[in-house]
Design a protein around this ligand. Structure first.
Ligand SMILES: [Zn+2]
Length: 191
């Protein structure tokens, strides 16, 4: 059996267990209708497998509307996803969650020039070039990248829907990989 087949089988088995044990945990599940979609916050995270958003904040299913892109690069569809949560689901809190040892930030710092990776690396490089506090260390760059993403979310919401944006708070934070602790970073909190 190929390694990928074994992994796929693990995931199939995992879903069977999930359905048996936790499938009905979603608020409203088990009724005749679909469970309501009422997330309490948007979290814009990195794709890094070591930063599973719901677990990091100890939240159950249905609580968080999660947008994950490596380095939390915010292309149009990601921004539109955030707008959907704010406008259609009435979410008032957006959190950009960066993390220690982010491979996407490392790639930008290393000046990776792979053409296929440019849509990921270039926006991060541009954020770091603009940030006065990007500093010299990887951790400083990771903080600056998270702050820049939060600023992008704020600017986008203000531009598209200023009335609604006035009621939305945008925070940013960084997760340590060793302890799991989330450190909240200073920035303008309200859009
Ligand atoms: Zn990352």
């Amino acid at each position: 059996m190929r390694e990928t087949d074994a992994v796929l089988q693990e995931l199939r088995d995992g879903n069977e267990r999930y359905v048996q044990v936790r499938g009905g945990m979603l608020p409203g599940a088990g009724c005749q209708t679909m469970p309501a979609h009422r997330p309490r916050a948007v979290v814009v995270g990195c794709s890094d497998a070591r930063v599973p958003v719901e677990q990091v904040f100890d939240q159950g299913p249905g609580s968080l509307f999660v947008v994950r892109v490596a380095g939390h690069v915010l292309e149009d569809a990601a921004l539109a996803s955030i707008l959907y949560a704010v406008r259609e689901l009435d979410v008032r809190l957006v959190i950009v969650l960066g993390h220690q040892a982010c491979g996407a930030v490392r790639a930008a710092l290393a000046g990776i020039s792979d053409e296929a990776l440019r849509p990921l690396v270039d926006p991060i490089s541009a954020r770091l070039a603009r940030a006065a506090d990007a500093g010299q260390t990887e951790d400083q760059a990771i903080h600056a990248n998270a702050r820049a993403a939060a600023d992008e979310v704020s600017a986008f919401l203000r531009a598209i829907d200023p009335e609604r944006a006035a009621h939305v708070s945008v925070y940013c934070a960084v997760k340590a990989l060793d302890t799991g602790e989330v450190t909240w970073l200073d920035r303008e909190e309200t859009v």
